[in-house]
Ligand binder design. Structure first.
Ligand code: FAD
Length: 382
């Protein structure tokens, strides 16, 4: 009999976990509280480590077909439009930009439809010696393992790690949208206290994001797009054009939170994965990337230790906790720097960036990010 897992959450992390389990011959049931699987209308970039994880999950070609090369980090501008760093003709990028729904679909297509239960909100978890049971209201499922990929506000973390503090707000907020526009170059505009990102994600769609400092969380505006326009008033083209090409009702506004380090990602036969374990600031573009890595490492550990699930989970915890918690810390520091309103630090930062010739920028960025980008996945065998 193949081993069986319950995966809680059908986001990128949960689906990647299910794909990994399938690759090693397990079966799984994905329990998603929403009535349908899907992702929000926004974008994301994926770095070489994430693309290697996707390859190990067996969806490299599909992911490459869904993504668009993303040069944004090599095209930095000031709000008036001056280039701090310019992507020179012929610059190749190791990053791919995705509409979130497209990447999510790549994973969804690799999970058997009969594995997925939507409208299934997990409310309780009960551990036995050799099995674990989860409840969704009156319905129960029992399995060898539970993978909790239920996001930053994880119910499972709340139930089994009651001592762990909840998500922490450090003062960053972000607006996101999808504009329908052609001929837009990827780029990032660095203002004082806020930044604007533009990322083509294919089929005439451009993902944009405005990250900014907020004194307190949960401040919302009747017209979020109007607030974005107000904040980037007179910023260079194509920013006004992108905002004009965005449906106001589709603008997303979220506060950024991250998690303090947990002392372990495993309790009995329950393991945390993705944002449930290590939600982070988006400024290193590693949240989903780390969830993809988690999925591959978990599957490899389970494959290697055969019947010994607790030993596999201990191995997963040992490999994933130090790496992900370091990245959470780095992403927080970068996030707070990118929205710092301090004039001196803003000028010093842009000055330092300007000192690097554009031609050397891709190699320098790759070197600086090597500890994150150079990750090599364990091999998954069927
Ligand atoms: C502004 C922004 C930009 C970002 N940019 C990038 C980027 O460029 N690159 C990158 O790699 N990452 C990026 N990220 C991070 C990335 O979005 C997340 O890390 C990733 O989506 C987490 O996936 P997940 O599956 O762990 O969690 P989620 O996507 O939150 O999925 C959790 C799922 O669990 C379900 N669920 C919750 N509770 C229950 C329950 N009790 N029972 C059943 N189901 C439940 C939810 O409905 C949801 O579908 C960004 C994040 C933000 C906010």
């Amino acid at each position: 009999m193949p081993k069986n897992a319950l995966v809680i959450g059908g986001g990128i992390g949960g689906l990647a976990a299910a794909v990994g389990l399938r690759r090693i011959g397990w079966t799984a049931t994905v329990l998603e509280r929403r009535p349908e699987l899907g992702e929000v209308g926004a974008g994301m970039s994926q770095s070489p480590n994430a693309l290697r994880a996707l390859a190990e999950l067996g969806v490299a070609d599909e992911a490459r077909a869904a993504g668009v090369p993303f040069h944004g980090v090599f095209n930095l501008r000031t709000p008036s439009g001056g280039h701090i760093v310019r992507a020179l003709p012929g610059t190749t990028s190791p990053l791919l930009g995705f509409h979130r729904a497209d990447l999510h679909r790549v994973l969804m297509d690799a999970v058997p439809a009969e594995w997925v239960r939507t409208g299934a909100q997990v409310t309780a978890v009960r551990q036995g010696a050799d099995e674990v049971t989860v409840s969704c209201g009156a319905q129960e499922w029992t399995a060898d393992l539970v993978v909790a990929a239920d996001g930053v506000r994880s119910t499972v973390r709340h139930l089994l790690w009651p001592e762990a503090p909840g998500p922490r707000f450090w003062g960053n907020t972000v607006w996101r949208g999808i504009a329908h526009a052609d001929g837009i170059d990827a780029g990032m505009t660095l203002g004082r206290g806020q930044y604007f990102l533009a990322m083509p994600v294919g089929r005439g769609r451009v993902y944009w994001a405005l990250g900014a400092r907020a004194d307190r969380p949960a401040v919302r505006y009747d017209d979020e797009l109007a607030e974005v326009r107000r904040r980037v008033h007179r910023w260079h083209d194509p920013i006004p054009r992108l905002l004009d090409a965005t449906a106001p009702e589709a603008v997303l506004h979220h506060d950024i939170t991250d998690l303090d380090p947990l002392s372990g990602y495993v309790r009995g036969r329950v393991v945390l994965l993705g944002d449930a374990a290590h939600a982070m600031h988006p400024d290193m573009a590693q949240g989903a990337a780390q969830a993809l890595e988690d999925a591959v490492v978990l599957a490899a550990a389970l494959a290697e230790t055969a019947d010994d699930v607790p030993a596999a989970l201990a191995r997963y915890d040992g490999q994933r906790r130090p790496r992900t918690q370091t990245i959470v810390e780095q992403a927080r520091a970068k996030g707070l720097e990118s929205t710092s309103g301090n004039a001196v630090s803003y000028h010093l930062r842009t000055l330092a960036l300007r000192m690097v010739p554009s031609s050397r920028w891709p190699a320098l960025a790759a070197r600086a990010l090597a500890p994150v980008w150079d990750w090599t996945p364990p091999r998954l065998s069927r």
